[in-house]
Design a protein around this ligand. Structure first.
Ligand code: DLL
Length: 431
């Protein structure tokens, strides 16, 4: 029933495995320039890790540490032992690099295969990867996983929607890897071409790499007739395959034999109470070439209480509600973009794309939301459009506690990107 017997280890077995792997990780990490300095600075040695609680004695690692260590300050083996590197998609400053040995790629692929199998994918599935290849880890990461599972993998890559559809149809694709904003776009595209998305016959979609709401999942499942499984990962922790939904679709199992997870308060850096939302901190447990200790992901989530009916013992994390650096503060009120998406995607009149704009009117910060309206609702009658505008603004106010300005636009008119969507544009002048 499971792909890997590690999926159903007892909690005791998981803890024992984690401790032994954590010790190995620290021994390896101490060979890198970054951790030899950090461990010394913290007055801690790998051999001080005697219990899992000793994790808290170890220093955190931040994105800035990775940048400062560019290009190879976290490596623990000579470059000739490495077989691949990925570079982060960061838009500013020095990029971050993650190197992998052959063993690291092997581990990573088997984790991704495990995730895919958990969603119900099997070797007879035809898998199309619609995300970008190259440096983005969703390309090769998912591809290697699908091959490992034994599926026929189509490395289509991002964009070129006409061709995506042709391949899906001609090769009877049954499983897709797709970013949520692109899935919404594909739905529009099908409508334009007069294709019923359900007729494509895709039964499983692996949907992740950017935040999306439960409402968006439901909308996608409704339109395409597939089951959409949330998929979480980050380049620093290999990429996809860190946490994934099982058929219960209620939280993502985070593979604790490969990653050690903590949830901390981003201000105090102390652990939050069980079940509370905080920042996810991850330690690699199986990585050889470039282990990372206590990496601050900035992603906000919580550990869901209780076991999962699927029988897998690995903890489940909740849908990522946002990043601690995504927070928008308008008129003193804290808003996460995901709250806005939730409201928009629950409204039948709203189309598949939206954009949040922040601007300043005199000294006051304002928020404007541009919303694509479905074709059938985009009528000429001003009164109906105004009523819709008001309805959206009221629903949003109930959720985010400030009244945004709402602009309705025709469907397919907002900018779309081939990769992750940029949902927030900040036009406020720096003070
Ligand atoms: O996005 C890895 C990935 C590829 C995951 C394909 C899933 C599928 P990065 O480009 O380094 O890596 O971006 C990582 O994306 O810290 C989150 O903020 C966000 N993210 C990833 N998955 C989800 C998700 C890949 N399911 C960053 N929900 C992470 C919300 C997500 N946010």
């Amino acid at each position: 029933m499971y792909y890997d017997k590690a999926e159903s280890l007892s909690r005791d077995e998981i803890s024992r495995l984690q401790l032994s792997r954590l010790r190995t990780t620290c021994e390896r990490a101490a060979r890198s320039r970054l951790y030899s300095r950090k461990f010394t600075g913290h007055g801690v040695r790998p051999e001080d890790v005697k219990t899992l609680d000793d994790l808290r004695r170890l220093p955190f690692t931040t994105k800035q540490d990775l940048r400062d260590s560019y290009p190879d300050g976290l490596n623990t083996v000579p470059t000739e032992k490495m077989v691949r590197m990925h570079v982060s998609s960061g838009t500013t400053g020095t990029p971050t690099v993650v190197y992998h040995t052959a063993s690291d790629i092997c581990w990573w692929s088997s984790m991704v295969a495990r995730c895919m199998h958990m969603t119900g994918m099997r070797p007879n599935d035809v898998f199309q990867n619609t995300t970008s290849y190259g440096l983005f880890t969703g390309g090769l990461g998912m591809h290697y996983g699908a091959e490992r599972l034994g599926c026929l993998a189509i490395p289509m890559g991002a964009g070129n929607t006409q061709r995506q559809l042709k391949l899906i149809q001609d090769f009877k694709v049954t499983a897709l890897h797709i970013i949520p904003s692109y899935a919404l776009y594909l739905a529009n595209f099908c409508a334009q071409q007069g294709i019923d998305p359900k007729s494509l016959g895709v039964r499983i979609a692996l949907v992740g790499a950017e935040p999306y709401s439960e409402e968006t999942r439901r909308r996608l499942e409704d339109i395409f007739g597939f089951r959409a499984f949330n998929s979480y990962g980050l380049s620093e922790m290999n990429g996809p395959g860190v946490a994934f939904e099982c058929p219960e679709q209620n939280g993502m199992h985070l593979w604790e034999d490969a990653y050690l997870a903590e949830i901390i308060d981003p201000e105090t850096l102390e652990p939050v109470a069980p079940g509370e939302v905080g920042e996810l901190v991850l330690t690699t447990l199986c990585r050889e070439g470039m282990p990372i200790v206590r990496y601050r992901t900035r992603d906000l989530t919580r550990i869901l209480p209780g076991g999962c009916p699927c029988g897998r013992s690995h903890v489940r994390i909740d849908r990522i509600t946002g990043r601690s650096d995504d927070l928008i503060i308008i008129k003193g009120v804290n808003i996460y973009p995901m709250q806005i998406e939730q409201v928009l995607m629950s409204l039948p009149e709203v189309g598949q794309n939206y954009l949040i704009e922040l601007y300043r009117e005199g000294p006051i910060d304002q928020i404007r939301i541009k919303v694509e309206v479905k074709e059938e609702y985009f009528v000429e009658d001003m009164r109906s459009l105004n009523a819709l505008k008001q309805k959206i603004a009221h629903k949003l106010r109930d959720e985010i506690l400030v009244t945004p300005k709402v602009d309705l636009v025709e469907h397919n008119t907002l900018p779309k990107s081939e990769g992750k969507a940029q949902r927030v544009v900040d036009n406020r002048e720096p003070e």
